[in-house]
Every structure is written in C-alpha cells, then in structure tokens.
Ligand binder design. Structure first.
Ligand code: UDP
Ligand code: MG
Length: 548
C-alpha cells in the first residue's frame, strides 16, 4: 500500500516513507498560495477525508503552510482552506502531526513556487514585480526531510502543529540578488512597495536543527540555488586573458601569480585561458613562459617570428582566443589584474565592452600626462569615432565584439579606436594605473610619436581636409594681396614695390605649408601602400597549448 498522497516536491522527497505503514504522509495537491481554485480545494478536502477513513491506525502527517501565520494573507482563500484542513485533521485523526512549511528549495518544475518563478524570470530575462518588503524563511526540502524524519523516528511529538522554517528571514530582494550573482545575469524587476515579513515560531525544532547540525547561516541560499539550479548553467563560460608580452623576464611570474589568483576567484563561473603573445622577446621571457605553460595548461603561448609591436600582438591574441569574453592586459602589472573583477561585474550586467579609464597614472611625468591629455582630446575632435579619453588597451570585450574585431584586418591598428568603432554598449571603469612592476617601458619617444600618428590617421582623414583648407585660405590671401598691388600700380604708375625681407618670409612660410601638406598626404599614401600589399599581420614561429 502506498502511504504517500501527493506528487509535488514534498511527496517526492518523502518517497522513502511510501512503505512505512505507521505513517500516512499527506503532501496534498494545493501549494499555490494565490490559488482560487475551489475545485482543487474541495478535491484536497475529499482526499483527506478518504485517507482519514482508511488509515485510522497510522499517524496522519499533513504538510500545511506557514502562510497561515502571514497576517496579510489571513483572508485569502488558500489560507482559509489550509486552516480548515488542519482543523479537519485535528478533529478526525486518531494520531496526527501537522507540519507548516514556508517556501521551499527543491527539485520541481512547479512554476508557481517563488524560487522557480524567480529563477525562470532571471535566466530568461523576463521582467517581474519585486515586493520590496517581502521576507521569507526559505528552506531546502532536504532539510525539511531531515527534521521531519528526526521527529518521526524519535516519536518526539504527537497530535501537534509544528512549524519548520529557516530560523532567519531572507528578503525577496536578497534572494534575487543571490540569483543574479549566481547566474551572472541582471534581473529585470520593478520594485513595488508591497510585502512584509512575519514571525514564525520554530522553538519546537530549534534544538533538532542544532542536533542535526543544519547550517542555516552563511551562504545557505546560495548553496541551495547551486544545488537545484546548477544545470541551468550548462557549462562555465570561458574567459580569455590576452597578454602582449615583450622583454618582461623580471615581472612575468609575478604577473602570472596575481592574474591566476583573480582567475581562481572566478573559477566557479569561468574557465580561463591566458594567452601570452611573445613579441620576439630578447631576454628570458620566453623560457619563463614555457615553464609556466608546462605546469598550467591554461597558459597558452603564441611566439612571433620577429617583433611586430604590441597592437599586432594584441591582434594575434584576439584571433586565437576562444573565450565568451576576453580581457586585454599588459604584462608589466601597470594594469592591476584585480580590476578584471570589476570589469566582469560590469560585463555581467550587459555591457559588451568595459574599458579601463585611468585618470591617475603612477610613474609618468607631468609633461607626458599633459601631452596624452591633449592628444586624446585632439583625436576626438578630429575623428568621427569617439574614442574615450584617458583609456589604454586594458579592457574587456565580449565575444560579439571579438568576432567583429576579427573581421577588421587593416594593418594600421589602433585598438582602442577599433573597439570604439565597433560600437555596442560600452562603459568605462576607472582604475589607478600602477608603476611598472619591473623593467622599464619599451615604448620610446619615437614609438609614442608613431603610435600617436597612427592613432590619428587611422581614424580620421580630416587632416587631409585641413591642409586643403589651409591651401585655399593662403591662395585667397595671395589673390587679395596681388589685387591690391595691381590696383595701386594702375592708380599711381610711378610706385615702386620694395620689401625683399617680407618676400623671403612669405616664400619660406609657403614652402613650409606645402611640405607639411605633402607630408600629411604622404602619411596617408604610406598607409595605403602598406594596406594594399595585404600582407599577413603577423607571422607565428610556434604555439604552445593552443590546439587543445
Ligand atoms: N609590448 C609588446 N611588443 C612591443 C612592446 C611592448 O608586445 O614591441 C607589450 C608589453 O609587453 C606590454 C605592453 O605591450 O605588455 C605595453 O608595453 P609597455 O609597458 O612597454 O608600454 P607602456 O605601458 O609604457 O605604454
Ligand atoms: Mg607598461
């Protein structure tokens, strides 16, 4: 004979009681506190009456609801029904135990359970109303089973109503926040000024909870979410960390240590790969990286055939990354790896690009800082693509952006501009740029000037228009001057024109302007020349751990 009536979360969990004839477990059919389904209510009543009639010898165990204690719901059909059922059992059962339960964590696809409802809304990105003041004493059905089992086997109570609940309240807002951080999704809710908390007296079970060593404290909710909803996170996401690397033998191990530490924190949610692109280092960097790649399969190496420069190194890293998201970071610890956590937090609320903004630059002189400030503002004035001020290459990019960047094969690469050009929702994240951990910057003044010109010319052709405009203005002035001279000569033919010095000054000035214009045009032609050749952007000597 089956001693369990019901087929929901509770009945399923108490399946081990199905052959124990001393107990009849009635884990009824109605557990939706918003239900108005009178037919279901009547059906439950009928089956309770039936069960009572047929099982006079066994203890009638009925699962009721803590909602009865919620004054807000005192008049709801559901609560009135549950009170009636309790009364019916109290009046007609020889031996009974009634357990009142709060909302549960458990294996069920019951859509009306608060937990399932919220998880579904968050995972599917549906919007919902969130009751700001509502608090619940959510409990894991496994813990309910433990407690009830203990009470029944030890015959602790008879003919009583016993509340079983988590000893402390969790607000629904907290619950939603737990789910958000677990699923790395942001919930779309409207906060409404509704709900309340209510007191549940659990003095009968407190001692049992201590005996059974059930830990309702830290992380109870998160653990329960992980237990029942892990399957919704099909597989952890993959985070690619892309590191252009050049002559960093003294800092590279420390860089690895700090980065790995951060990646370990992220481990439950993110698998990772660290792609070092060795830009033909001439020191011991490569050997050190090789050693790391032997002990850690997540360390992947791309070794260039010669030095191609850091923008190209970044390109190779992006080309080979398999991640759902990638973070580009320098190897010299100027960009603190810990900031990656902030980037990811912002990414998880929906931004496709999170770029580091560095208003404070340690270890950079005042003159250089000023120059950089002027440069970024100038480039923004001239270019149609708005490149955020004070940013570097340290940034997070989503797979959507990675795929677009991979389509952009221009040889003249200026990543912060290219990323800006791609679009999508982007946001800055301010951080403090540190001093180099070891060694010194490999960027010489010449590099910086080249890089600046590259940045300027690859994102705007306005300089070409500016020199044309300059030419037109000067020609206009020349025409005006000539006209004045001719008119003067006609009015007074005896006039003689002097001024050798001014003539030379004008000639030199014009010569300068011409050379500047030709130079500007030349820069663009050079760019075209390089692009037209269509050479590969880089040549790889060898790779390590990359093919798995
Ligand atoms: N880098 C590179 N190839 C080069 C020069 C530099 O891949 O030819 C890398 C370097 O290892 C670092 C990043 O680019 O990860 C920035 O270089 P650096 O720190 O020298 O520049 P700074 O921070 O001074 O601008
Ligand atoms: Mg640096």
């Amino acid at each position: 004979m089956n001693m369990i009536i019901g087929n929901g979360v509770i009945a399923n969990r108490f399946i081990d009681y199905s052959l124990q004839s001393s107990y009849l477990i009635f884990a009824g059919s109605v557990y939706d506190s918003t239900s108005h389904d009178e037919i279901a209510f009547r059906h439950e009543e009928e089956s309770i009456k039936n069960a009572l009639l047929n099982n006079q010898m066994s203890v009638f165990v009925y699962f009721s609801s803590c909602d009865i204690l919620d004054l807000d719901k005192a008049n709801s059909l559901y609560v009135r029904h549950k009170i009636q059922m309790e009364k019916l059992i109290q009046d007609s059962a020889n031996k009974y135990l009634i357990f009142r339960l709060p909302q549960l964590f458990g294996l069920s696809d019951e859509k009306t359970s608060i937990v399932n409802y919220l998880v579904d809304a968050i995972v599917e990105g549906k919007s919902f109303d969130l009751w700001r003041n509502a608090e619940r004493n959510l409990i894991d059905i496994d813990d309910v089973h433990l407690i009830v089992d203990y009470i029944l086997t030890n015959k602790l109570y008879s003919n009583r109503i016993i509340n079983i609940a988590c000893p402390h309240n969790t607000s629904i807002l907290e619950l939603v926040q737990c789910m958000e951080s677990y699923f790395y999704r942001s919930a779309k809710y409207n906060l409404v000024d509704k709900g309340a908390s209510y007191y549940i007296d659990i003095s009968e079970t407190l001692e049992i909870i201590t005996k059974l060593n059930i830990n309702f404290k830290q992380g109870y909710i998160l653990k329960a979410i992980n237990k029942y909803f892990r399957h919704l996170i099909n597989k952890p996401l993959l985070l690619s960390v892309i590191v252009p690397t050049y002559n960093e033998e003294h800092g590279i191990e420390e860089f690895y240590r700090r980065t790995k530490y951060v990646l370990k924190i992220l481990e439950p949610r993110f698998d990772h790969e660290i792609i070092f692109v060795n830009d033909f280092s001439t020191d011991n960097t490569f050997d050190k990286l090789q050693a790391l790649s032997k002990i850690d399969r997540c360390v992947k190496l791309i070794d260039f055939s010669r030095n191609f420069g850091n923008q190209i190194a970044i390109t190779a890293g992006i080309d080979f990354s398999r991640g759902d998201l990638a973070i580009i970071i320098d190897d010299d610890l100027q960009d603190p790896p810990e900031v990656m956590l902030n980037f990811i937090a912002m990414w998880s609320i929906g931004f496709k690009v999170v770029y580091g903004v560095r208003p404070i630059r340690q270890g950079v002189n005042v003159f250089f800082k000023l120059l950089a400030k002027i440069y970024y503002r100038l480039i923004n004035r001239l270019s149609d693509t708005k490149i955020p001020n004070d940013t570097g290459d340290f940034r997070l990019i989503d797979r959507m952006v990675i795929d677009k960047l991979k389509l952009m094969r221009e040889g003249n690469r200026y990543y912060r501009g290219m990323v800006a050009w791609v679009g999508f929702s982007q946001i800055g994240c301010t951080y403090e740029r540190d001093k180099r951990y070891a060694g010194k910057s490999t960027f010489s003044i010449k590099n910086y000037i080249n890089f600046a010109i590259q940045g300027l010319t690859s994102f705007t052709d306005k300089p070409l228009y500016i020199v044309s405009l300059l030419g037109a203005c000067i020609a206009g002035i020349g025409f005006l001057l000539a006209s004045i001279l001719i008119v003067n000569k006609i009015i007074d033919p005896s006039i003689s024109i002097r001024g050798w010095t001014s003539l030379v000054a004008i000639a030199v000035f014009l010569g300068g302007i011409q050379l500047l214009s030709i130079g500007t045009i030349g820069v663009y032609i050079g760019m075209i020349y390089r692009e037209v050749k269509g050479r590969p952007l880089y040549i790889i000597d060898k790779t390590t751990n990359l093919n798995e």
